[in-house]
Design a protein around this ligand. Sequence first.
Ligand code: NDP
Length: 576
Amino acid sequence: MALIPRPRLCGLIYVCISLSELGPLTVVDPGSSTQEFGEECRLATVEGGEGDGGVVDGDAGVVDRDGDAGMVAAAGARVTNLLPLRKPSENNTSTYNGEPDSTERNDTSHIISEQKLKPDLETERVLEQYSLRPRKEEKKKEEIYSEKKIFETIKAVEKVPSKTKDLEFGGRIGTFMLIFFLPATVFYLLLMCKQDDPSFMNFPPPLPALESLWETRVFGVFLLWFFLQALFYLLPVGKVVEGLPLPDGRKLQYRINGFYAFLLTAAAIGTLLFFQCELHYVYDHFMHFAVSAAAFSMVLSIYLYIRSLKAPEEDLAPGGNSGYLVYDFFTGHELNPRIGSFDLKYFCELRPGLIGWVVINLAMLLAEMKINNQSTPSLSMVLVNSFQLLYVVDALWNEEAILTTMDITHDGFGFMLAFGDLVWVPFVYSLQAYYLVGHPTPISWPVAAAITILNCVGYYIFRSANSQKNNFRRNPADPKLAFLKFIPTATGKGLLVTGWWGFVRHPNYLGDIIMALAWSLPCGFTHILPYFYVIYFICLLVHREARDEHHCKQKYGLAWERYCQRVPYRIFPYIY
Ligand code: NDP
């Protein structure tokens, strides 16, 4: 822990007065995690410029963890002062950021009122320490600002139910249309892919008779698949970890066994193939499978919405509690619907759809060999299968990382995620493999090598960016991350400004998009259809980035704005 100099009184007063003006002044002790900040009231040296204790970046309050004694940068401030640090749980953005951007969310309303009360209290505590008032007055102050009173006030605010006012996805009309538009898009893409000339100029493709879209046997196979994955999920293998704290402070437990589920699935598929089970059945009935999955996801979404009506207020999703049926049905009303310890959202996120995607790809590879009478799959098919297999295995290997994503922490479980996980991911993401079965695209070895390098570059950026942030979030004091600089925020968490997160604000999205391009390139340039994935993915991640930006601005206030100044590009360097 850094040695902290005693304050001078004038400096103390200056800090107390300017506490709400200077911005997020925080003292960082290298070697101690940001979570430890503010466990006690500490004294610190505030310098603009190079200080003795560490390197100071006077521009943006950036912490360089290489410094010996930690440092604080405050725009232009040059005072030696006392600075009480805040507890990490105290989201005191408003102390330096004026009014919070929004106060409508369920989970943050009580925190915001807490923020409003804290600055005064902290200033008073500091002043009291230095006996600036007669004792009688001190006692009075103690009564006024007693913890009990604050607690009562916060509790009173907590009880006020608040609704989601900030509607996304085009609000009620937008979400209503998406409920029809998303399934229609999937069926359109699959119908197009079956055409000899899947050009968008040939719109609309010939529509099949309605009754030909349903096959009960296929629905049975789908159910078998879903419940087999549920069984694997329930197996008592793999560690159990805690998720991030919920708005009411609880932490849910999750079993991390996705990778085991993948291995068991691989063993099951291998056994089926050994016994001559024809996997290209999936190719022959691809549309039937998509219809079955869509019907299942619709029924699941209706069940989720009905059960969410009985869920306690604190279990509702911050973004799916508008009170509008269609909107809440689409975005998901309940945050973490569970049957006992079985977490429906967590299960659907990575198991039936994601593992199903790999199985579908394999089925396409076998179908290609059979239909085209090939003894080996084409190079294009091998590339698509390998790249996407790597992506899925990576997601399952790093399953724990999903617990900090927006899908788990913010979005409820409704039609959007149920349809996305069970239909969109397996049937749209496998479009390149499906396309290659009917549209063989020979590529040369040098082209294949170039595409492989592109995929590796994308994967490297994606993985190292995600790992850098995940490791930093898990243990900010990790010596392996000592070379990284970050901006401290009032929540106790830091925002990385060097490394990948200093390159662009979403380096992981950049890597993901590069990989998406590499998955489409083996399909050649004859049609745009196999490029649907990369085009859609750019739109998805640009929209997702905007949503995340909005949430981060609410969470971090001025610190986030400083981060945006330091790292101006969102996803594509020098472009966007
Ligand atoms: P991210 O992993 O991008 O995380 C965003 C969060 O990171 C922010 O809310 C903030 O949370 C934290 N953060 C932001 N900036 C910084 C910083 N400078 N320093 C430290 N922390 C920071 O979220 P997503 O869930 O969107 O993406 C996860 C992965 O999943 C990505 O790789 C993405 O490409 C991929 N993905 C794939 C999809 C697919 O269909 N294939 C769909 C969507 C995502 P906090 O501060 O609270 O920690």
